[in-house]
Design a protein. Structure first.
Length: 160
């Protein structure tokens, strides 16, 4: 039995916006801490302001503008009648295959940032303990609900 590769679909473009917003929020917090450190450093030693905050803001900008899209492009998924494939990662590439027959619970969720970007997160809980949660972020709400309904239909048709 030979393994046939599955053609993966990219995540929705709206998820790139979600990732950029989250990155910018995180870097804003780190930049505020760096600015506070700058103030203390300037007050105690007289070093010119921006020594700490400047590089942090530069790194955060580079990360949000250039690195986040690279990570977003490394995600892909495919849904066949019997399996969900989720792949992500650059240095360590992870390709998870979830047989529909192993799914026990399905969630479709959206936070406020996801709602604004028009994307949702599909979470599959499977039988077993290790890697029993498979998350597929960044797909449209309609696609997530259609996949949920298809998987639910397959689960209810499965013989016990």
């Amino acid at each position: 039995m030979a393994f046939e590769p599955v053609q993966l679909q990219p995540l929705e473009r709206g998820y790139l916006r979600v990732l950029r917003i989250r990155s910018a929020m995180g870097w804003t917090i780190v930049s505020a801490i760096a600015a506070a450190a700058d103030v203390v450093l300037h007050w105690r030693t007289g070093v010119s302001p921006g020594v700490v905050a400047g590089p942090v803001i530069l790194l955060g900008s580079i990360s949000t503008i250039f690195l986040v899209p690279r990570g977003w492009r490394r995600w892909g998924y495919a849904f066949t009648d019997s399996e969900l494939h989720v792949a992500h990662g650059w240095l360590t590439r992870v390709h998870t295959v979830v047989p529909v027959s192993r799914v026990q619970h399905i969630d479709v969720s959206q936070g406020p940032i996801e709602r604004g970007a028009g994307v949702a997160v599909l979470s599959l809980h499977t039988a077993g303990t290790e890697n029993s949660l498979v998350v597929l972020p960044g797909i449209s709400r309609q696609r997530a609900e259609a996949m949920r309904d298809a998987i639910r239909g397959r689960i209810s048709d499965a013989p016990w």
